[in-house]
Every structure is written in structure tokens, then in C-alpha cells.
Design a protein. Structure first.
Length: 284
């Protein structure tokens, strides 16, 4: 957030402390003081204070010159996940979808300009992608992100497109704002998205939106596949009907849950969408 845009209540030190925690990831499970300072744009003295505070609180472990997160950091997200009944509702449906298609499936929500995985059932293969609950990707370049973006209000969608980082991740990535806007219009009209090797070469993915009782899009479900095993046509013909059936089942259970007065909060990805009826499954 630019300094000029920060509200009077904004606590810069809290922002920096969270940045230190986010500096650790799957590729960097251990970091030195210098690496944390460089990643977060802090002085070594400031980085040291933040790290030692986190050590005192039990969120970071110090081992010589190396620092790493402890399991206690999971507490920071537990309250969100514990109340996230949408993920609990979706998981058995995802398991059935994986059983039918023999492909992995995930439920994602929009958080800022990213999509976040909140439920995932991997396919039973020897080799599987290293995606877990909490994984984030830029929304505009993923199938789940596009179906959610496509159903935002026009004002919100335009705001997100204006600040999207459209650098190419593969030679197939859409990098033109006008072309991306046209693609989102197509996604909204047909009710699903297929992204063909834009996020990662060799990866195709199909996704459909999940709506709550009021018709608002609150999440999306995807099926990612290897391009070597599935053409775009076969994804649309063989996987999409199963995906749409799964989404319909999630929506039905979500409607019953909220109808009983038990809030099925979609979490931080909640947004106002411009609702439209779900189209029928496409014919082969």
C-alpha cells in the first residue's frame, strides 16, 4: 500500500512484523537475519528486533544464524479455517469428483488480488503438484481466479484489472488488459473458465464458480490436468460436466447450511458479485 494511501490508523510496525512472517515459504523455510532484512526491505537492526520478538512469542525458532517458523504460526490462521464451513461443506464433494475423474480438485476464494486454496483433494498419483491449503496465485492467470473476477461488479473488476501485474509467466499468458477483459466477458457468459498453460507450461485447468443462496459467487472449484494427457476439447467434454455437477452439489449443501441459520462464511475472499444464472452444461 503506498504511503500516501495509508489511513491514520495504519500501524507500520505491525505491517513489518507480518512481512517478516511472510518472508518464510516453501522455497525458503530457513532464512538468515540478512536474508530477512533484504526480503522485507528492513535494516538488519529492525529485522533482528522483529525476529527476536517472534522467537520470544514462540512463532520463530532460532538455530545459530538460521531462523525458521514454528508450528505455532498455524494458530494465526486457525480461527479463519475453523469457522470456514464452506471448505468443510465442499470437501466431500471434491473427494467424489476426484474419485470420478482421477484428477485433483480444489476450492479457492479471492483474497486481495490472489486466489487462495482453502480445500484440496489431490489425485492418487505418484507425482502430484506441490499445492496445499494456503497456496496463493495471481487471480487473473488462474481458472478459479477468472471465474470469480468475471462475476465481480464492473467497478470492482476494472479496479483489479488496472492494478494487475500482467507480466508473462509462460509464452501463453494473456498480458494485454483488453484481451484479458474480453476473456473475462467470455467466462461470465459461458459460466466456466479454461486456462491453457498460462500459469505454468504443461498445465491446463478448468474451473466453475460456487454461488451462495443469494446467487453471489463466493468461491470456485477447479480441476487441473497435464496438457500431455488432456486436450482443451477433452477437458471440456469429459471433465467439465463432472465439475458442474460437483459445484451444484456444493451449492445445494451450502444453501441448506445457511438456511438453517448456520453461517457458511466464505472468508476474506467474500465480495459483491453481479449475479447471473448458471448456464447448462455444454454439449460435447
Amino acid at each position: 500500500m503506498p504511503a500516501a494511501a495509508r489511513a491514520p490508523h495504519f500501524v507500520r510496525s505491525f505491517e513489518r512484523g507480518l512481512a517478516v512472517i511472510r518472508a518464510f515459504d516453501a522455497e525458503h523455510p530457513e532464512l538468515t537475519l540478512a536474508e530477512v532484512a533484504r526480503t522485507c526491505g528492513l535494516t538488519r537492526a529492525a529485522a533482528r528486533r522483529f525476529l527476536l520478538t517472534l522467537v520470544d512469542l514462540g512463532y520463530v525458532h532460532a538455530d545459530g544464524r538460521a531462523f525458521r517458523l514454528t508450528p505455532r504460526v498455524l494458530e494465526l490462521g486457525y480461527s479463519y479455517l475453523a469457522g470456514f464451513s464452506l471448505a468443510q461443506i465442499a470437501e466431500p464433494h471434491l473427494e467424489q469428483l476426484v474419485d470420478r475423474t482421477r484428477e485433483s480438485s480444489s476450492l479457492c476464494v479471492l483474497d486481495g488480488d490472489d486466489i487462495v486454496y482453502v480445500a484440496r483433494v489431490p489425485a492418487r498419483r505418484i507425482m502430484t503438484a506441490a499445492i496445499t491449503v494456503g497456496t496463493r496465485f495471481p487471480a487473473h492467470v488462474t481458472s478459479v481466479g477468472r471465474v470469480i473476477l468475471a462475476h465481480l461488479t464492473e467497478e470492482e473488476r476494472e479496479s483489479r484489472l488496472a492494478r494487475a501485474d500482467l507480466r508473462p509467466l509462460t509464452p501463453r499468458t494473456i498480458t494485454d488488459e483488453g484481451l484479458l477483459r474480453a476473456e473475462l466477458d467470455k467466462v461470465r457468459a459461458r459460466g466456466y473458465a479454461i486456462v491453457d498453460q498460462e500459469l505454468e507450461e504443461g498445465l491446463r485447468s478448468v474451473a466453475a464458480p460456487v454461488r451462495d443462496r443469494s446467487g453471489e459467487v463466493v468461491a470456485a472449484v477447479n480441476i487441473p490436468v497435464h496438457a500431455s494427457r488432456n486436450t482443451v476439447a477433452s477437458v471440456r467434454r469429459e471433465l467439465l460436466p463432472h465439475l458442474l455437477d460437483t459445484v451444484a452439489g456444493i451449492e445445494a449443501d451450502l444453501g441448506m447450511a445457511t438456511g438453517r441459520g448456520r453461517a457458511a462464511s466464505p472468508g476474506t475472499g467474500t465480495h459483491r458479485s453481479s449475479s447471473s444464472p448458471r448456464p447448462p452444461a455444454p454439449r460435447p
